[in-house]
Design a protein around this ligand. Structure first.
Ligand SMILES: NC(=O)C1=CN([C@@H]2O[C@H](COP(=O)(O)OP(=O)(O)OC[C@H]3O[C@@H](n4cnc5c(N)ncnc54)[C@H](OP(=O)(O)O)[C@@H]3O)[C@@H](O)[C@H]2O)[C@@H](O)CC1
Ligand SMILES: [K+]
Length: 495
């Protein structure tokens, strides 16, 4: 699991170590220099003779970059050092000059940038309060122009974070120096995991510098082994009912395929049984999935709304109210979200809402929170937290990175593995899959009741599995994502 902590929490954890003389900057800069050497090697280059540009701001982030430049210069790299902030980390600068680095004047920076195969971004780290001000804002804008017009894309290694991102909120409110690799010191930071800032980070590598940050992370991203930990693997005592029954109120005459796709998601996600309560589309679903049982009946989780237009959602009020009354998990997707605009003041965390940004904006505005779709896209962490707080429910904001929050616990940010998955019906598969994971945990979740963080964790696991199943070098259909879910589960369990 990647755990991200806010800058104030990292700074508080650093303080006693710095006071005790622990050489954190030495470790951090060494880790950065190692990352640079590895990137060069991966492209068939050696450190010796490579041209490297160190971009150093006035804070400790600049210090890290300068010491890293000194290490690399000692290994034979040709290192230029640019300090455009007007001030500089004195120890780092002295070390760089001592190791043979050359200082670049402001008016030589564009030429030096073009000549270098690697840029080390130490302009600002967790001490930055965005948006980036001049002169650094102009420098970053110039470097981005330089890179866009240069025939050879430089390797940009960001120290701790790409300069300019909202480290704590994941926002992007000004120029950002996009990274190839971000070397996150000690722990990730929220902006490295959550969009839109995460789109500027390239690959995120967390390096150990002997600093641990206590407490729950603000944002987390599950890996395969975390998913394996939360998946319910059947044993010899299990039968179809104990494995979890998912009831689907999905699909309609207008969108019949959504019922097929949610059923595929639930079956592929390991439900013990799938029931379908959508008579209009039952025969279509049975043609693809004869395993599905039609009609009402007992279930451990309910999925409603996928492929049901707002004009037809009243029939879903019954299954929704029953799930809420019996405290069983319910996934409220697409059309069914409109039911929540009126009433349903205090939902349990076992109600999992799966809106896209437009649907979330409508839901929030019905609850008196005036966030537009673009506000939500600009600050998804804030939006899902707000929505979880005002509804009490667990929120899954679907997108290139799914951003998930319950009323308590961390926000999860689960990225797509390839963006081919942005295709019609992929969300229906997700809703069915999530229904299967929630049904598998049904009794535990029902006992846990309100405010329990588990539904968000299961939703994050569903996002990981969905991303894995949708991983593709070319176009992929939603139906194929459903078909690949069993292999994604096996992959998680193999570790
Ligand atoms: N503590 C340690 O020993 C360790 C810390 N570590 C490293 O230190 C980093 C944190 O260092 P930090 O706290 O010095 O802040 P940092 O990220 O360099 O930024 C401050 C600079 O940015 C500037 N600036 C701010 N806002 C701005 C804006 N909007 N627009 C433009 N400029 C702006 C600000 O200028 P000022 O506002 O003061 O004029 C100042 O010059 C951390 O990310 C990690 O890399 C590791 O080595 C482990 C050990
Ligand atoms: K940086």
């Amino acid at each position: 699991m990647l755990r991200a902590y806010r800058s104030s929490e990292v700074a508080a954890a650093e303080r006693p170590l710095i006071e005790a003389g622990v050489p954190l900057m030495e470790r951090a800069s060494f880790a950065v220099s190692t990352a640079v050497a590895r990137e060069l090697k991966a492209r068939g280059h050696r450190v010796a003779g490579s041209r490297i540009l160190v971009l150093a701001g006035g804070g400790n982030n600049g210090g890290d970059a300068l010491y890293a430049g000194a290490y690399l210069a000692r290994r034979g790299a040709i290192v230029d050092v640019a300090c455009p902030a007007g001030n500089v980390h004195e120890g780092g600068y002295a070390a760089a000059i001592d190791a043979g680095c050359r200082t670049v004047a402001d008016d030589e920076l564009a030429t030096a940038a073009r000549a270098a195969g690697v840029w080390i971004d130490g302009l600002a780290g967790i001490g930055l309060r965005p948006p980036l001000r001049d002169p650094l804002a102009s420098v970053v804008a110039m470097l981005e122009t330089e890179r866009a017009t240069s025939p050879d894309e430089p390797i940009v290694v960001a120290v701790d974070c790409p300069t300019g991102i909202g480290v704590d909120d994941g926002g992007v409110s000004g120029p950002v120096l996009r990274a190839t690799v971000t070397v996150a010191l000690a722990v990730a930071k929220p902006g490295l995991l959550a969009p839109p800032a995460s789109r500027f980070c390239g690959r995120v590598e967390v390096v150990d510098i002997g600093l641990s940050v206590p407490g729950l992370p603000a944002v987390a991203a599950l890996g395969g082994s975390d998913v394996a930990d939360v998946l319910r693997v059947p044993d010899a005592t299990d039968h179809k009912y104990t494995r979890g029954v998912v009831l689907l109120g999905t699909g309609s005459a207008e969108y019949p395929g959504a019922a097929v796709l949610t059923a595929g998601g639930a079956l592929g996600g390991g439900a013990g049984m799938v029931r379908l309560d959508s008579p209009d589309v039952a025969s279509l679903v049975l043609r693809t999935y004869p395993e599905v049982v039609t009609g009402m009946g007992r279930a451990q989780a309910t999925v409603i709304g996928s492929g049901v237009p707002a004009t037809d959602v009243d029939r879903l009020r019954g299954p929704l109210d029953r799930a809420l009354a019996e405290n069983y998990p319910v996934v409220v997707d697409a059309g069914a979200l409109s039911l929540l605009k009126d009433g349903y003041e205090d939902l349990p965390s076992t109600a999992v809402l799966t809106p896209h940004a437009g649907e979330l904006a409508e839901l929030l505005s019905a609850r008196g929170e005036g966030l537009t779709r673009s506000d939500i896209e600009a600050a998804p962490i804030r939006a899902v937290r707000l929505a979880a707080t005002v509804t009490g429910a667990t929120i899954v904001l679907k997108g290139g990175t799914d951003v998930i929050a319950g009323p308590d616990g961390p926000v999860y940010a689960q990225p797509a593995r390839s963006h081919w998955r942005a295709t019609a019906g992929a969300g229906d598969v997700y809703a069915g899959l999530l229904g299967a994971l929630l049904a598998g945990a049904g009794e535990d979740l029902a006992r846990a009741g309100r405010g329990y963080g588990q539904p968000a964790l299961l939703a994050a696991a569903a996002s990981w599995l969905h991303a894995e199943a949708a991983h593709s070098d070319g176009p992929i259909r939603a139906g194929q994502i459903a078909e690949r879910l069993p292999a994604a589960i096996a992959q998680a369990l193999r570790g």
